[in-house]
Write a protein that binds this ligand. Structure first.
Ligand code: DUC
Ligand code: ZN
Ligand code: ZN
Ligand code: ZN
Length: 494
């Protein structure tokens, strides 16, 4: 039961550089990073020939989410256990209370669910699923005393979570006042409601209908609208699950105009395409149903990966929200009732290594940036996490870049009975995962302790030096022109 851990002989890869070094961890913190560390009393992890990277940070999960009449099967235990098997050492889950529940109450519920089950550290975003003065007040309490600095607003799920433009503006303004980051689920929920009715009337009740009533312009329009609304009130914006070229293009063009907007593609959108909705096997097709849909255009995954590689998109999550066959079957006769959600928390690191690094699109440093560092920076817990450096939390993955594995629901750790990446061969395999200086996964052996993870509170951005948005107020000051009053004739209205 040693408190010291020495990772020896590997190549440390951070977002900015890589170098040969040993890494010493004491009581959960990194205390030395250099070549030739001697620590006779430490437990040794041999990293010879492997990469030593900051553990992955999954920016977007929904563990045990009560949703669409059922509850996601990967809970905070199975979900975080699967995460560490895949080299992820932190998740940021979404508090998503029902419309009408005060967000502070929802947050408390999530903390209770998560604290007793998590096997790695976690943090929370809070979903704003309705709008009122109570919600605005709770947002202040959440930011000031509960460690929340990001709020997600929905532009879809009409009648359930969807906010209209007026409410979005109020929510963005509130985020700006509090120094919080606004997040959006960007899809036009009115179009979706209208078009899904039409699909059903046409007799298209299968999973392909889910995609066809949500063509990608529905995501592109909402993404652009969210950017315009947020920019009017100088609020930084983070677009979750960027699934289409149209949405990505809206983000890229806004960034060129100087808007502070970030984009998060997810493993599903980087590793799969939406032709699966047309699969003859209903369960297979339903397994891919999520909102927004995975795009059937086979060039979309590469397009999103290229933008991640060049810096136009910044982070990667999964939207991990899993349902077994019998749950998906709630929508067996009507795609509108198929619980939305896919897996990813276990496979994100491998899928992005394969499609991003192994394919030659990005170097290992950039990989670390998009799987870990950028999330820590954008959500304001860098350098506590997201880097291998003295003083940072010892959340580390020892990674074999050349080993291969084939993804399958038969061998995955997730509780769900299906895997959207089934059969995909990935280079890049987790050898050892370390959470707060403890080995939690070791050469295929699970060593997690249920409830050992900790909640990571995050401060708002008023305190953060790197957040450039605050400068923008200067260029947006209204200016009045002093002039002589008009004294000429005025037409009289009879
Ligand atoms: N989309 C999903 O697919 N699942 C959960 C919530 C969401 O927005
Ligand atoms: Zn969403
Ligand atoms: Zn989500
Ligand atoms: Zn390969």
């Amino acid at each position: 039961n040693k408190t010291k851990l020495l990772i020896r002989g590997g190549t440390v890869v951070n977002h900015d550089r890589s170098f040969e070094a040993d890494v010493l961890c004491e009581n959960g913190i990194i205390t030395e990073v250099r070549e030739g560390i001697e620590a006779p009393d430490a437990e040794i992890v041999d990293a010879t020939g492997n990469l030593v990277m900051p553990g992955g940070i999954d920016t977007h999960t929904h563990m045990q989410l009560p949703f669409m009449g059922t509850v996601a099967v990967d809970d905070f235990y199975y979900g975080t256990r699967a995460a560490v098997a895949g080299g992820t050492t932190m998740i940021i889950d979404f508090v998503l209370g029902p419309n009408g529940e005060p967000p502070l109450q929802s947050y408390t519920k999530w903390r209770q669910w998560a604290d007793e089950k998590v096997c790695c550290d976690y943090s929370l975003h809070v979903g704003i699923t309705w709008w009122s003065d109570i919600v605005a007040e709770d947002m202040e309490i959440l930011t000031k005393s509960k460690g929340i600095n990001s709020f997600k607003m929905f532009m879809a799920y009409k009648g359930v979570y969807q906010l209209d433009d007026h409410e979005l503006l109020q929510a963005f303004k509130r985020c700006k006042e509090l120094g919080a980051l606004a997040q959006v689920h960007a899809e036009n929920g009115d179009i979706i409601a209208e078009q899904s009715k039409k699909m059903i009337e046409l007799g298209i009740t299968g999973p392909e209908g889910h995609e066809m009533c949500r063509p990608e312009e529905v995501e592109g329009e909402a993404t652009n609208r969210a950017i315009v609304l947020a920019n009017q009130v100088n609020c930084p914006l983070y677009v979750v699950h960027v699934m289409s070229k149209s949405a990505a293009d809206a983000i890229v063009s806004a960034r060129r105009r100087g808007c502070v907007v970030f984009g998060e593609p997810i493993a599903a959108g980087l590793g799969c395409d939406g032709t699966n909705y047309w699969n003859k096997d209903w369960r297979h097709a339903a397994g891919f149903v999520m909102g927004p849909p995975i795009r059937p255009d086979s060039s979309t995954p590469d397009y999103l990966m290229n933008l991640l590689a060049c810096g136009d998109l910044q982070t990667t999550g999964t939207d991990n929200c899993t349902f077994c066959a019998e749950q998906k079957a709630l929508g067996a006769n009507d795609f509108r009732k198929i619980p939305n959600g896919v897996n990813g928390v276990e496979d994100r690191m491998s899928v992005i290594w394969e499609k991003g690094v192994h394919s030659g699109k990005m170097d290992p440093c950039r990989y670390v940036a998009v799987t870990s560092t950028n999330a820590a920076k954008i959500f304001n817990f860098y350098p506590r996490k997201g880097i291998i450096a003295v003083g940072s939390d010892a959340d580390i993955v020892v990674w074999d870049p050349n080993a291969k594995r084939t993804i399958s629901s038969k061998t995955h750790y997730q509780a769900v009975d299906f895997n959207i990446f089934e059969g995909m061969e990935c280079h890049g395999v987790t050898v050892v995962t370390i959470s707060r200086g403890k080995v939690v996964y070791d050469h295929g052996q699970m060593k997690v302790v249920k409830g050992s993870g900790r909640y990571i509170p995050r401060q708002c951005f008023a305190d953060a030096a790197y957040m450039p948005i605050l400068q923008r107020d200067k260029v947006c000051q209204p200016q009045k022109v002093e002039r002589e009053p008009y004294t000429g004739p005025v037409v009289s209205i009879p």
